[in-house]
Design a protein. Structure first.
Length: 231
């Protein structure tokens, strides 16, 4: 654990780390083991961020000094106890136990699949971010954008058209300004629930009500042109 490695450093070294910038930290004598572990962490997880999977979010590898500060200020809660129900705490037998084990193992398996896919997606997305920002820097130098972050207001096809023909970039500032104004106009808008969400909530409410009224024979009652059907 990085925090534990940091605490194993002498107090003078901890003090030096708190005072120096990140470049000086990389050259600080006596911190080789901690520094190698920190760099390995950035190498493996540097594509992640506070809002992982969002293209315009700055990844950890671009702000390593922030991660170092978080490690220094992190407090280990030694009295923390885990009150979560564990697999071995669930005592089921017979058919209930058999079904529980099947669904538990499948849920664990697909949870791993989901996390692997999410990690790979984020890693790939952040690779493209580097190239888009390089294009943005060129557009800023040509006066087509006011800042490198403006490229996030453009569609991929618009950026590709600029690469094919520089003349297409002359109208980009106006488009970006228009989209900024649209976002500012809609920032306080309340998103209505979709048709599916509304009917799903009604279905869950119906299930709960039928279960409370008939716990042994819960049924979903559907009205179909005045005829009642039970499923």
């Amino acid at each position: 654990m990085l925090k534990e490695q940091y605490l194993n450093l002498s107090e003078p070294l901890q003090y030096e780390i708190s005072r120096c910038n990140f470049k000086d930290f990389q050259k600080l004598d006596g911190t080789e083991a901690f520094r190698n572990s920190f760099n390995a962490f950035i190498e493996q997880f540097g594509h992640m961020s506070d809002r992982t999977g969002v293209f315009d979010t700055i990844p950890w590898r671009e702000t390593p000094e922030l991660i170092l500060e978080l490690i220094r200020n992190f407090e280990i809660d030694k009295d923390k106890t885990n009150h979560k129900i564990k697999y071995q705490d669930v005592k089921l037998s017979g058919m209930s136990g058999w079904l529980f084990r099947i669904f538990y193992k499948r849920a664990r398996l697909f949870y791993v699949f989901r996390e692997k896919y999410s990690s790979l997606y984020t890693y790939t997305l952040m690779l493209f971010r580097v190239y888009f920002l390089a294009i943005s820097d060129r557009m800023v130098a040509q006066g087509l954008l006011d800042s490198r972050e403006d490229i996030y207001f453009l569609q991929e096809e618009e950026i590709l058209n600029y690469i094919r023909d520089d003349n297409t970039g002359k109208q980009l500032k106006q488009r970006i300004q228009l989209r900024r104004e649209e976002m500012d106009h809609c920032k306080d808008a309340i998103i209505q629930k979709s048709f599916l969400e509304i009917h799903l909530l009604l279905l869950l409410e119906s299930l709960s009500r039928n279960w409370l009224e008939h716990p042994r024979h819960a049924a979903i009652t559907l009205e179909n042109k005045g005829n009642t059907r039970h499923w």
